[in-house]
Design a protein around this ligand. Structure first.
Ligand code: GTP
Ligand code: ZN
Length: 184
């Protein structure tokens, strides 16, 4: 990541909004924001291959779900946060991953400039690519600051997206079983 470019950009924005970039409270802001972007955009340089490749054998091939995984991401239109919860279910095909690795996979794709739909699909596709389960389903529920603090200003409005792959596709019974697990 080019921190100098980020710093320069932040300085320009501050000047653009009419701020004095040299006043005490702002003097370190460009550097601070550059460091912050390194953290909140860390997923740009990663894929979920590393967390999802650490697998172990499992005899039980029933659905396993991890729900209420809190995430923070940034919308690519306004560069404002959207945050909420991701829920992931998969049906293994002999191999499972440690449950913390599911959370790490979400983090990789959340820490980028994103669209909620794309985030949802990228998580599901990473499971398909690196774990090869019989099926996977991802639900994401989020509140977008670009919808709440500006624009249409509708605090509390939630955007819900989901993606199905493998045996979850066109299988309402399986999908509903996961919806019930999530909303109980
Ligand atoms: N589908 C989808 N839309 C998003 C997401 N994040 C933000 N948006 C929307 O992206 C759209 C961008 O629309 P524009 O008309 O280009 O931008 P704008 O003038 O700031 O739009 P308003 O928010 O309506 O004021 C808006 O409708 C946002 O609500 C997302 O994750 N998925
Ligand atoms: Zn937005």
């Amino acid at each position: 990541m080019d921190k100098n470019k980020i710093k320069e950009g932040v300085r320009l924005i501050l000047e653009g909004i009419g701020e004095d970039v040299n006043r005490e409270g702002l003097r370190e802001t460009p550097d601070r924001i550059a460091r912050m972007y390194e953290e909140i955009m860390a997923g740009m340089l990663q894929t979920a291959e590393e967390p999802l490749s650490k697998q172990f054998r499992a005899e039980n091939n029933e659905m396993i779900a991890e729900k209420d995984i809190v995430f923070y991401s940034m919308c690519e239109h306004h560069m404002l946060p959207f945050c909420g919860k991701a829920h992931i279910a998969y049906i293994p095909d002999g191999s499972v991953v440690g449950i913390s690795k599911i959370v790490r996979a979400v983090e990789v794709y959340a820490k980028r400039l994103q669209l909620q739909e794309q985030l949802t699909a990228q998580i599901a596709d990473a499971f398909v690519e690196y774990l090869h389960p019989r099926g996977v389903m991802v639900i994401v529920e989020a509140e977008h600051l670009c919808m709440t603090m500006r624009g249409v200003k509708k605090p509390g409005a939630k955007t819900i997206s989901y993606v199905t792959r493998g045996v979850f596709e066109k299988n309402p019974e399986l999908q509903n079983a996961f919806f019930r697990m999530v909303h109980n």
